[in-house]
Design a protein around this ligand. Sequence first.
Ligand code: PML
Ligand code: MG
Length: 242
Amino acid sequence: MSELYSVRMRAAQGGPHENGGHHISGAERIVKLEEVGSIAQSLAERALHHSKGTADFINITVDLIPSNEITYIDCLQVEEHRANTIVEAHELAIELLQGPHITEVAIQNAINFLKGLDSSMRGAMLVDATTGKRIDEGKRGVRVSHMDSFDSESLGDNDHMREALVLASKVQSADGIVGELCWSDDPDYTVGYVACNGVYHRIPNMKELGSDIGGRVFFVQSDIDSKSVIEYLEKTPVLVQR
Ligand code: PML
Ligand code: MG
């Protein structure tokens, strides 16, 4: 088998993220050597033609993944839902996530944390699934990385959905994570999702059209070893199979 490479792009406006630049776009793939050049180019193009604005900082990182370091996981099942208003969408999100592992207060808090952001975070918040308290520190959040799908193209031509499904599958495969809530920070994209119990539930109208505030919350069990979970989410190379 030929070697695989992780190709990751992050883009910002007003300088690099680490100097306070505003996050525009981030995306990544795991591909064969022959595809590295064309994928790097298409990721750069995306950062330069984005609904959140034109990036003035783009970082593309490429590194080899030794094949024995890759973890293979299953893709979540997809279920499509309807909701006519934001209120309906959030009620549905609560209904779907609530259960033995996640309390209603935790979900309500998570919705309020996302709504209350004054600018989007690059990473996700971690919220205790029982108490609803936020347990990650600082403004960066947990940045899930080093993942792709085996047959990325067959997941369809909606980049938002394909990438979110891959990311959500990795997140749900982590020990101690029991659910996720997400809506996009892209102003023209209002479909969001919740993930739990092996299912990716797509929900329309999760936020106002035109809003550039969005993000992710991961619901975690109280006794989680957050250091090793974060290490898995950010660093372990994962390929999602269907
Ligand atoms: C994002 O763009 O950051 C999140 C995308 C959510 C995708 C929801 C879907 O269409 O399934
Ligand atoms: Mg985005």
